[in-house]
Design a protein around this ligand. Structure first.
Ligand SMILES: *[C@@H]1O[C@H](CO)[C@@H](O)[C@H](O)[C@H]1NC(C)=O
Ligand SMILES: *[C@@H]1O[C@H](CO)[C@@H](O)[C@H](O)[C@H]1NC(C)=O
Ligand SMILES: *[C@@H]1O[C@H](CO)[C@@H](O)[C@H](O)[C@H]1NC(C)=O
Ligand SMILES: *[C@@H]1O[C@H](CO)[C@@H](O)[C@H](O)[C@H]1NC(C)=O
Ligand SMILES: *[C@@H]1O[C@H](CO)[C@@H](O)[C@H](O)[C@H]1NC(C)=O
Ligand SMILES: *[C@@H]1O[C@H](CO)[C@@H](O)[C@H](O)[C@H]1NC(C)=O
Ligand SMILES: *[C@@H]1O[C@H](CO)[C@@H](O)[C@H](O)[C@H]1NC(C)=O
Ligand SMILES: *[C@@H]1O[C@H](CO)[C@@H](O)[C@H](O)[C@H]1NC(C)=O
Ligand SMILES: *[C@@H]1O[C@H](CO)[C@@H](O)[C@H](O)[C@H]1NC(C)=O
Ligand SMILES: *[C@@H]1O[C@H](CO)[C@@H](O)[C@H](O)[C@H]1NC(C)=O
Ligand SMILES: *[C@@H]1O[C@H](CO)[C@@H](O)[C@H](O)[C@H]1NC(C)=O
Ligand SMILES: *[C@@H]1O[C@H](CO)[C@@H](O)[C@H](O)[C@H]1NC(C)=O
Length: 591
């Protein structure tokens, strides 16, 4: 077997887990100094859903400090080996009537607590591990549910084990004489593999978790009022959430229809909106924009030279290149390598090992050759082109906060917290990254009565807005033409222009200025407005007009705003691993 290139694991570690940067090196080494095992916890309260799933909960009383605004955290025990962590925050406004929103980060394997603590939750964690009140928290306008999924992510676990993770492969090691144990960690079952390795499987699993929570949260949170078919439901997500969002929402949406017409038991809600922030929805459409963004972005930054640019472009378009291999995966999945249907989904369960390999190889080809030259030759931030590759922003203090005994007790967790888990590689092995399914799901949703709001920070490289704009224009649905001919209108909040947005009816694409990947971190005012306007059917540009079926943004055909150039203040030089040759004596005695 030819070993995989160096690029792939580096990406997984530093960037491609599209948000594993969550655990900073500083926190990591601080925690590996000693072995620390959280205490066992026995004081959960229990609520049982009608399907006999138990939900353990505590009322942590941390992070949200607004008097009278409660939160609940704990586990949904879906099966003897599936325990999914969640944290629910009441709305700061009117929990009994406000909408119900699920937030999911991407990865795959990035925890939704990244969003909670770095983006849109009630508190942010400062350098002294103090929780600081966030006035722009999204629970100002909605009840907020954060779920750590797929199981294995964050505090969610299949099993628990004392040992350590290999930070490159994310494999777990029990043998503490070879790999010093650093804590008690969440494990996958089977070890290092788990059973959820595609977005579509994650959607089904998270649906069950979600239903158990809908059944039980009103039991333990009296303030919430009835969660019934009158309550608005929204899903907001980011990054690999470009996969999760369309797939989860369309699966949930169809389950909801069955519940509503009585053909399935469960808790129906009013499916209102899907939000995707800097999402990777369809690599086939978005790949070509990596090299474009690297050299010709609105910041006037040319991150690499023409040699590297030509390489990345050629790698995308050449025979057997990224696009070709994506098509090959799609054709192989249909069992006809000379032909594929643009409107056919890939069902992973039906793929043979060979077909899985073709898709996995295509994803590697794209990531290694089209996307990642920037990481090695650009010197600039994965999630923010204005910053150096070793990006201090957003500060990742929250894992340190979560690894404190009193915080773990408050939340009801007995595990150490890490951004590392095997989920990323499990997904990589299936080729889920390049499946066409998510564009198709999005097209389906756009033809339903669902509001879809895309927002892309314009400094992010990894899911850049050029690619986001391209996918917004490429989706094929009833109003493709009307959407495409709507103009870019300034997105204004309290007199300040934060971006520009194209909108037709329920569908919008917003470019947010001066923002990296985690838009609510960089532009909290604009992000809250985007959220609020989406939820309550206001136009994204002004928040002054209620959305109608033919609401049309007006302005130029292109988003032409330019940003000021940001010089690179520091840079790192990537190095190849150094080979260690056997000593003369060992070589002589051995072979
Ligand atoms: C739940 O458990 C109870 C008691 O063990 C049992 O009577 C009931 O049939 C179970 N319900 C379901 C839906 O499995
Ligand atoms: C953290 O604590 C140090 C020492 O008490 C103090 O100087 C610093 O201002 C604190 N930082 C923050 C962000 O509160
Ligand atoms: C969010 O709600 C709190 C009151 O709960 C309020 O003080 C704060 O100003 C609100 N933030 C915004 C941006 O409206
Ligand atoms: C753990 O590693 C040590 C050192 O390599 C080895 O001697 C020992 O047999 C290992 N233990 C297990 C249970 O594999
Ligand atoms: C209920 O809705 C689902 C999804 O739309 C549909 O497939 C099913 O046929 C409906 N069943 C009934 C009894 O109407
Ligand atoms: C950069 O992009 C602009 C607008 O898309 C285009 O007009 C221009 O030719 C591009 N420049 C280069 C050097 O590719
Ligand atoms: C472009 O950059 C690459 C990587 O640094 C370098 O190897 C190559 O020589 C450069 N090409 C030119 C024409 O400067
Ligand atoms: C593959 O699809 C093409 C186009 O529909 C068709 O002509 C051809 O016969 C198919 N080949 C196989 C092996 O099914
Ligand atoms: C869009 O979908 C329609 C109907 O399915 C189809 O006829 C058309 O060819 C598609 N257009 C593109 C550009 O894929
Ligand atoms: C939500 O948007 C509406 C319409 O623009 C506005 O009146 C309201 O103040 C906004 N709420 C928040 C919390 O920003
Ligand atoms: C939207 O539709 C309404 C009613 O059909 C019509 O009066 C209005 O002019 C349309 N607006 C736009 C922007 O096309
Ligand atoms: C303007 O946008 C259209 C798509 O709406 C695109 O085809 C065209 O290349 C863009 N022009 C420039 C100069 O970027």
């Amino acid at each position: 077997m030819i070993p995989k290139s160096l690029a792939t694991p580096l990406l997984a570690l530093l960037c491609l887990a599209l948000q594993t940067a969550a655990v900073s090196k500083k926190q990591w080494s601080k925690r590996s100094d000693h072995l620390y095992l959280p205490k066992k916890i026995n004081d959960y309260k229990i609520a049982t859903a009608p399907n006999n799933v138990t939900v353990r909960y505590k009322n942590p009383g941390i992070c949200e400090t607004t008097p009278g605004v409660e939160s609940y955290s704990g586990y949904v025990d879906l099966a003897p080996n599936v325990h999914v962590f969640y944290w629910f925050f009441e709305s700061r406004n009117n929990p009994a009537e406000d909408p119900f929103t699920l937030w999911l980060n991407g990865g795959p394997g990035s925890d939704s607590l990244i969003g909670l603590f770095e983006e849109n939750g009630p508190c942010m964690i400062d350098d002294n591990l103090t929780a600081v009140y966030n006035p722009y928290s999204w629970n100002n306008v909605s009840n907020m549910l954060y779920i750590s999924q797929p199981v294995g992510t964050g505090f969610s676990y299949q099993k628990q084990g004392v040992g350590s993770f290999n930070s490159w492969s994310e494999d777990f090691h029990y043998n503490s004489s070879e790999w010093p144990a650093t804590g008690r960690w969440p494990l996958l079952d089977p070890l290092n593999t788990g059973t959820i390795d595609t977005t579509d499987l994650a959607a089904v699993a998270t649906w069950h978790v979600f239903q158990a929570l809908l059944a039980t949260i009103p039991k333990f949170d009296a303030k919430l009022g009835a969660l019934d078919s009158a309550r608005d439901f929204n899903l907001f997500t980011e990054s690999y959430g470009g996969h999760y969002g369309p797939a989860f929402f369309s699966y949930f949406y169809n389950q909801n229809l069955k519940i509503a017409n009585g053909s399935m038991p469960g808790y129906p809600l009013k499916f209102n909106s899907l939000g995707i922030i800097n999402g990777i929805i369809d690599e086939e459409v978005q790949a070509d924009w990596y090299p474009e963004f690297a050299v010709n972005n609105t910041y006037g930054i040319k991150a690499y030279n023409d040699t590297v640019y030509s390489y990345a472009k050629f790698a995308n378009n050449m025979f057997n290149g990224c696009r070709y291999q994506i098509d090959l995966c799609r054709a192989a999945a249909e069992g006809n390598v000379s032909y594929y249907h643009v409107d056919a989904k890939i069902t992973e369960a039906e793929l043979t090992p060979g077909e899985l390999q073709v898709c996995n190889e295509a994803a590697d080809m794209c990531r290694d050759n089209v996307e990642s030259p920037y990481y090695f030759y650009g010197g600039r931030g994965v999630y923010d082109i204005r910053h150096p590759y070793e990006d201090p922003d957003p500060p990742s203090n929250y894992p340190g906060y979560l690894n404190q005994a009193e915080i773990q007790e408050a939340l009801g967790v007995t595990l150490n917290y890490s951004g590392t888990n095997g989920i990323y590689y499990a997904f990589q092995n299936t080729g889920d990254f390049i499946f066409p399914n998510f564009r198709l799901d999005l097209e389906y949703l756009l033809d339903q009565d669902v509001r879809v709001s895309l927002a892309y920070g314009d400094a992010d490289y990894i899911c850049n807005w050029f690619g986001g704009q391209a996918i917004s224009l490429a989706v094929n649905y009833t109003h493709t033409e009307e959407f495409g001919s709507a103009g870019y209108e300034a997105m204004v909040v309290d007199g300040t222009e934060y971006g520009e947005v194209r909108q037709y009816g329920n569908f919008s694409f917003a470019r947010v200025y001066e923002s990296g990947h985690e838009v609510p971190y960089y532009q909290p005012v604009a992000a809250l407005a985007y959220f609020n306007r989406t939820l309550f059917h206001w136009d994204i540009a002004t928040g002054e007009k209620q959305v109608t079926a033919n609401l049309t943004s007006s302005g130029p055909a292109n988003a032409t705003h330019t940003n000021s150039f940001v010089p690179l203040t520091s840079s790192i030089i990537q190095e190849f691993p150094i080979p260690i040759y056997p000593t003369a004596t060992a070589a002589a005695s051995g072979y």
